[in-house]
Design a protein around this ligand. Structure first.
Ligand SMILES: [Zn+2]
Length: 174
């Protein structure tokens, strides 16, 4: 099991610039008509109580996550490769969705934008870098393998890859 060095440096990196958080000051309160998040006290949250209180007076504007999804502005990219994952594909996909749920408790703007399984790869696009990294770490935690996290200096997103191959002679899990 090896974790490449760039994964270890994760904690020290500078935060990615997120133009969707900076470019638009939302009036308060604002409700996202697409996902129902409320912008209140300078933050977005999923709160049914606040939503019901402000729903008549709030302005309606799409939240940064829904705008990113609409614009296909990807900030995290996970590729899952190797001969191991197809043997437990459903479990892997569950782990991915569970990480989204967990991450959304902390940051409701963290979303999976797309999840595609083509041939021998699963590719996941996310609205923020932390969710992509959380997915990679969860896969490594539960199934070992090799995790890579890269921030290319000329890109505004995190590229995460997780790979595990079946050991020679081992039977695929059913
Ligand atoms: Zn939204």
């Amino acid at each position: 099991m090896s974790v490449k060095q760039n994964t270890e440096r994760y904690g020290e990196r500078t935060k990615l610039r997120d133009p969707y958080l900076l470019s638009k000051a939302y009036p308060e309160p604002t409700i996202c008509p697409t996902c129902g998040l409320v912008f209140h006290k300078k933050r977005w949250s999923r709160d049914a109580q606040i939503l019901s209180i402000v729903s008549n007076v709030a302005e309606k504007h799409k939240c940064p996550a829904c705008r990113k999804i609409e614009d296909h502005y990807v900030m995290g990219f996970v590729s899952i490769i190797g001969t191991f994952f197809p043997t437990i594909k459903n479990e892997i996909i569950n782990i991915i969705h569970n990480q989204e749920k967990k991450e959304m408790v902390r940051n409701p703007l963290a979303r999976i934008m797309s999840l595609n399984n083509k041939d021998d790869t699963i590719m996941v696009e996310t609205t923020n870098d932390n969710l992509a990294i959380a997915i990679g770490k969860a896969l490594k935690r539960s199934h070992g393998g090799e995790l890579n996290v890269n921030y290319a200096s000329n890109e505004q997103f995190a590229r995460v890859s997780w790979r595990r191959d079946l050991e020679v002679g081992s039977k695929p899990a059913k």
